[in-house]
Design a protein. Sequence first.
Length: 119
Amino acid sequence: MHVLTPAQARELHAALDEALHHTETFTHTVCEHRPDGSYVVARRRADSSGHRKVFDSFAALAELYERLPSEFTAEDVEHSGLTGGRRHMLVRHFTEQPAFDCALVCRQPLTARKAVPTS
């Protein structure tokens, strides 16, 4: 069993918060990994809640991505229950976030294509 002084406990708490909470900024979107495990995608330079979507976890967003077809549009994202600008924001986020292997292939309509897996 480890016994920490109050000062050591505060340092550890701060280090854990820093490790669990961080923000990544991309060209059109920004994401936030929160200490509670939730993952937030927001439109860059937008402050209203209408320009962000909170997922229970990064894994929840990854599951949404996996359900999308190999080439997808904002309309495909809408089928998951997202509407309005949030669906366009997510198409952009999937193309910007390195964890998702896809690229923007058309701007009108906004379309992304997943990379073809190599064997």
